[in-house]
Design a protein around this ligand. Sequence first.
Ligand code: PLP
Length: 490
Amino acid sequence: MVTSRGGFPLALAPRAPGTLAQTWLYQGVRDAILRGQLRAGARLPSSRELARQCGVARGTVVHAFAQLAAEGYLASTVGSGTFVSPVLPDELLEVRARPPRAPGPTARRATSRYAARVTPFPIANRPVRAFRSNLPAVDAFPVAVWAQLASRRLRTALVSLLAGGDALGYRPLREAIADYLGAARGVACDADQVMIVGGIQEALYLVARLVIDPGDTACIEVPGYRGAHQVLQAAGARIVALAVDEDGMVLRRAALRRARLIYATPAHHYPLGVAMSLPRRLGLLDAIRGTSALVFEDDYDSEYRYAGRPLPALHGLDRAGQVVVAGSFSKVMFPALRLGYLVLPPDLVERFAAARTIMDRQLPLLEQAITCDFIVDGHLGRHLRRMRQLYADRLGVLVDAARAQLAGALELAPADAGMHVIGWLARGHDPERIVADARARDVEVSAVRWSAPSGERHGLELGFSAIAPRELRRGVEELAQLLDVGASRR
Ligand SMILES: Cc1ncc(COP(=O)(O)O)c(C=O)c1O
């Protein structure tokens, strides 16, 4: 067996009877390179080691290697061994460039109806620029603290951390979250009701999986979070769009009473930013009383409020166990952490734990333990205070620049919370065209269409939390040129 770059054995096809050992080895290694099993730069074992692994004479390996080297597949350096050539022969590249063969008659593919309903959510992996939304200032995250906590964890609790345990997540983290939710969000819950999830997205995915059968009614806010619509659509739900006004979700009693699931962002509507008023909250709970409807409360960015007091979660008003609330560490820490929480009514906990066990058994434990230390040792509180200040400053920069350069063409909605703000376009602008033109200028915005009580409004979602002031100002300048603000003033 030849070993690949990571030192793993690489299977060679069995030697056909009558094939010379040297020919077999030559063809085996060559095929492994051609198929990409052995990548450019991969180190091969020494001729002695390979001879032992393959049960051939060392001279056989030396000759096979020499032939492969002469043809350009392998390169050797005295003292450091034999490698797959970093520059591969032309004929090899031609092999790579050949289009994949059409599937033959044996490759008839069948996927589920669920698979046909799944659509991809765009994940931005280009460098951050104005006005990337939904992203915290990851460069301001205290990585050194994180590294210290991680190393302490690894040094002191290795065995228990490697073994893992609870399908609902790391118990001390669940306790820390229950404490936080009680104090900061008005959510009275026990750690037993808290399930650690891979972000709010996974929380919703799980809830939809366990609550919705194809054809069931699900209500969502429109405009709203696209990731929620995609999950409900994939679940096969009959989606009912509920309008949003200045008081939040507009209640349609009949639809709500029919619904299995109602997705809502009461603390800070996404993307408009309005808070659901108390009468609406009470009205929603009243509308679904006595039905099997469950509200999924997406509490995605309630930690970022720059004026006034944070609004408590809707969950705090629910007496009937009809609200599940989900929150995330993606925005208060960093998105690649992929950790969040879901608070469940006690009678649903076991079902959800069972779903976890057949899905992925449990989430990675080390990150949960470090996150727990980060919270309990007070680092999250400190980080949040710093980020609130930083984001409030950035929002100020954006508001000032927009006021100075975009007046008359794009009016920013009042914003005192969150990580983005909506800029409302003057009549006559096509938001989708502006999104495309902005992209050509390296500016990221997304279009918002709102059927407001006063009429149809078109706007742009402008993220500011992850964007440095200079880049915010550049973004505003680009938008000003694009919207031709200077020209209309001249
Ligand atoms: C409104 C809203 N809900 C949920 C999510 C998903 O969050 P998570 O990263 O925790 O899955 C996002 C992500 O941007 C969001 O904007």
